[in-house]
Ligand binder design. Structure first.
Ligand code: NDP
Length: 298
């Protein structure tokens, strides 16, 4: 049976990985990139090179966009819809934007696409480019369910789809929330390593143990459902791991960071959470009481 022709616009590491994965699955793939040379390898492997963005969109049953941000989509497709000769090109088309941006940018883009007659699905790829198309890959999606359902078999090639709902902002919201965890953990690993090496101890003596700390967190959190319940109920039973005890440690980390002369922004931020939670009377509660100061800007 004939597999759907797919267009990929944006050939950074991510777009190239997606195009290659779809080609391997047997889909006819058309590509376009602002810097044309980034398409060369894919074209050599059998991808169709579109000469213009309009030709690219016209060639696909769906068009996947993998760009730095949503502005890049307007930079590419804005001139198309403004040109009377090409203006109808988006009509009846399906755009799947897998670029990172804010939830509001996704919502605005869905309205923009609708204005030009296109359906719009938003997504966030949750694995690095080399993992695209592997069993580890998963992708958050949001937007019109009926459109998503039609194209789900194609999107499944990139990674396991996790459809979140009709609101186009949801996929970016989930993408960002997960990257909030990811980026903060990565910065903390680098900061902790700097704390060690500033004392003249090799990083290799530290990092394997730090990974034990990091991978020990899931056991502490469980499946997340009890934590979710506690956070939403403002229920922070104390005794073990109180905010006061953890806050003292946060202070020690900050002071040591200052002493050895490394960056203090991250430990400052963490200590500030504890300071404010304790000041608000949560010192004898569980560390989860930090949520009370984190969930609203003071
Ligand atoms: P790159 O920054 O390497 O590629 C960005 C793409 O956007 C390139 O094709 C670039 O074109 C294009 N682009 C940027 N600005 C413009 C513009 N103004 N006009 C036209 N084209 C533009 O990113 P990646 O491929 O790594 O990532 C793409 C998206 O996927 C990002 O949103 C990223 O957050 C997300 N992502 C990436 C992951 C990864 O591991 N790489 C992991 C998860 C998500 P040109 O080649 O001409 O510069």
């Amino acid at each position: 049976s004939r597999l759907a022709p797919v267009t990929v616009i944006g050939l950074g590491p991510m777009g190239r990985a997606m195009a290659a994965t779809l080609m391997k699955a047997g889909h006819p793939v058309t590509v376009w990139n602002r810097t044309p040379s980034r398409a060369d390898e894919l074209v050599a492997e059998g991808a169709q090179r579109a000469v213009t963005p309009a030709a690219a969109v016209a060639a696909g049953e769906l068009t996947i966009l993998s760009l730095t941000d949503y502005q890049a989509m307007y930079d590419i497709l804005g001139p198309v819809v403004e040109d009377p000769q090409q203006a109808g090109v988006l009509g009846g088309k399906v755009l799947v934007n897998l670029s990172s941006d804010t939830p509001d940018a996704s919502r605005e883009a869905a309205a923009w696409a609708a204005k030009h007659g296109a359906s719009f699905v938003t997504g966030g790829v949750m694995v690095p480019a080399p993992a695209v198309g592997t069993p580890h890959a998963y992708v958050f999606y949001s937007g019109p369910k009926e459109v998503f359902d039609v194209h789900e078999p194609v999107l499944r090639m990139i990674g396991k789809p996790r459809y979140l709902g009709h609101d186009p902002g949801l996929a970016q919201l989930f993408y960002q929330a997960n990257l909030d965890v990811f980026l903060t953990a990565l910065s903390s690993l680098l900061h902790a390593t700097a704390l060690i090496t500033a004392a003249g101890v090799p990083a290799a003596k530290f990092l394997p143990g730090a990974l034990t700390t990091l991978t020990g967190i899931p056991a502490m959190i469980g499946d997340g459902l009890e934590l979710a319940r506690r956070l939403e109920a403002a229920d922070h039973p104390g005794e073990l791991s109180t905010a006061a005890m953890m806050g003292a440690t946060a202070d020690h980390i900050l002071r040591t960071s200052k002493t050895v002369g490394i960056d203090v922004e991250l430990p400052n931020a963490v200590k500030s959470h504890y300071d404010r939670a304790i000041a608000a009377g949560h010192g004898s509660k569980n560390w989860t009481a930090l949520y009370e100061v984190i969930k609203s800007r003071s």
